[in-house]
Ligand binder design. Structure first.
Ligand SMILES: O=C(O)CCC(=O)C(=O)O
Length: 363
């Protein structure tokens, strides 16, 4: 019996089944009267708590599982996969996105006005974290237009947005000492706080100004200065503790009303109008559970400040963006010539070298 062939056939069957689920879900979504909503968290940051149903998350997980291992870039904390091509400063080489990501994520993001229909995201960075691993504070940079959407799969984590101390003092909207908003290192710590302390020591000039709990199935969008000026990152932690500056947490009645001022005043509320629906002065801390849009898209209850949220054994996220400059659009089934393939590999090697996290040592 040829077990390799059986395994391959089983993977292909599972992939076809999840693609069919994704297509059916996308069709149902397109015809739905009750769409999920993005909640504006202020400062160019918004979250859709229930962007994907459980069945849609499972469908995406199955198709990600079917991706050959060799395509991934193995780093110390996580592994990464470019879908949609290789970003590069002298022009990216784009490729079509997998159909289930297009139908479940890209179409939905434009339908919910997170991206304009004429400029949908065309690139996905797939992150897969080892348990308790995070990602250092960083900016996504100019290879993409300044809007990012992060879809979380398989478990929860807290994302922090950071400013530099000096910049924060200049805007006059600093997180005042004693305001209750912790520094970068306190923002989401593990069981004993030691890990977050290590993060603070590595980045003494950064201060966390806002955090967002990313639940499995949610989609975070940030744009404008939240993309170009702030850094974002996830602490290494077994457990996240929801802090007072967590923008999608319930506000305990005892908290001072001044907390929303934590984000620098200069940040524009730059999200498209649809993301601002009903929020002329967007609430930063939501006192009520978030609205329930439709069956299948019911978000989990909003976390409360102080809640402990365990990280999953493995967390995946899809970062969807639009490439700023495409030099070569490679077709889905196009076979590259030797020279072209060598150039694609050179660009991929550059991309790999541009990631600050080190590749995992071989062996
Ligand atoms: O995994 C996440 O939620 C964050 C990913 C991220 O920051 C990135 O891809 O730039």
């Amino acid at each position: 019996m040829d077990f390799q062939a059986m395994l391959k056939a089983e993977k292909a069957r599972a992939k076809a089944e999840s693609a069919a689920t994704a297509a059916a879900a996308a069709a149902a979504f397109a015809g739905s009267q009750h769409l999920p909503v993005f909640n504006d968290l202020g400062g160019g940051i918004a979250i859709c708590e229930a962007f994907l149903t459980d069945a849609e998350q499972r469908a995406l997980t199955t198709s990600i599982d079917a991706i050959p291992t060799g395509d991934w870039a193995e780093l110390t904390q996580r592994r990464l996969l470019n879908l949609g091509g290789v970003p590069h400063p002298s022009g990216s080489w784009s490729e079509p996105l997998p159909p289930d990501i297009t139908s479940l994520c890209v179409a939905r993001l434009t339908q919910l006005s997170a991206f304009p229909p004429e400029a949908p995201p065309d690139h996905v960075l797939l992150n897969e974290y080892h348990q308790g691993a995070g990602i250092d504070p960083h900016r996504d940079g100019p290879l993409f237009l300044p809007t990012a959407a992060i879809v979380s799969l398989e478990g929860d984590a807290v994302m922090e947005f950071f400013t530099e101390q000096q910049q924060q003092q200049q805007t006059g909207a600093a997180v005042a000492s004693g305001s209750g908003v912790p520094s970068a290192g306190d923002a989401c710590d593990g069981d004993d706080g030691a890990l977050s302390g290590a993060m603070a020591a590595r980045h003494p000039a950064l201060v966390a100004v806002r955090s967002v709990l990313l639940r499995a199935g949610s989609c975070l969008v940030f744009r404008g200065e939240a993309y170009t000026t702030l850094r974002h990152g996830i602490a290494d932690a077994a457990v996240d503790i929801v802090q007072p500056h967590c923008a999608n947490a319930r506000m305990p009645t005892a908290l001072p009303a001044a907390l929303p001022a934590a984000l620098p005043a200069a940040l524009p509320a730059a999200l498209p109008a649809a993301l601002h629906a009903g929020a002329s002065s967007p609430p930063v801390l939501s006192p009520e559970p978030l609205p329930v849009p439709s069956p299948g898209f019911a978000p989990a209850p909003a976390p409360a400040v102080g809640d402990r949220v365990a990280r999953p054994p493995r967390r995946r996220s899809l970062t969807l963006r639009k490439l700023a400059n495409v030099a070569n659009a490679v077709g889905a089934f196009e076979v590259l010539g030797i020279e072209e393939e060598a150039e694609r590999l050179r660009r991929r090697a550059w991309w790999l070298g541009s990631i600050s996290e080190k590749p995992r040592p071989v062996g």
